[in-house]
Design a protein around this ligand. Sequence first.
Ligand code: PGA
Length: 253
Amino acid sequence: MRKQIAAANWKMNLTFQQAEKLIDDVLDANIMLSSNQLVLFAVPYPYLLMTRSDVEDEYNYEVAAQNCHHEKSGAYTGEVSAGMLHSIGVNYCIVGHSERREYFGETNTMLAEKINLCLGNKIVPVFCCGEPLAVREAGTQNNFVAKQLADSLFHLPAEIIRGLIIAYEPIWAIGTGKTATSEQAQEMHHHLRSVIARQYGTAVANEVPILYGGSVKANNAKELFGCADVDGGLVGGASLVAADFIEIIKALK
Ligand code: PGA
């Protein structure tokens, strides 16, 4: 069975003290994950080491970065490289979140470079794709996301693709409280899987976890995660409340 993943994306929220308490509260729930389940905490850079050491002894709980730079190293004041993340034991990194694309001008080409650097540093990228509202309203979302995948991922060989994590996050559903319906999510996830299958074959496509993101909450996670092609969620707002994120973890297949 494909990995089923609950990924918390804290974004730029919480003090260190609040972060420690949130991790403790989630771990104190003692949710035993099965071998096909994974929980990721994508925390701000200054909290990576603390989070890593908190989850170190927990089975299938892992820390993730929210971003890395698209160059290996150099004069980029304020930036963090994939190599730095690797050197502190971070094994996962979100790449191409729509907020990065929108506010920091990240392009599909730049994201391909980030993906390469992550992979070169043994970091599993959680690659985000998803369409803005105007594209959804024009009905061209399928081509839009297929191009995001093709431009940033399809230079990679099949054996690498099968180890990636993809997150579909319709931009109109992020932080808006407006969730895609489970039918919309399933339809798009199925489309994404078929785009991967066309390029790499069905066996590879069936191995790639595709997470849904965009207003996943404690009360809709079960229905969303119940869809055949939805392999968990990338969760923003609801991951900041321990009780809510705990319910979301419990909703994993
Ligand atoms: P949200 O954010 O759950 O607050 O909509 C999801 C995300 O941006 O990853």
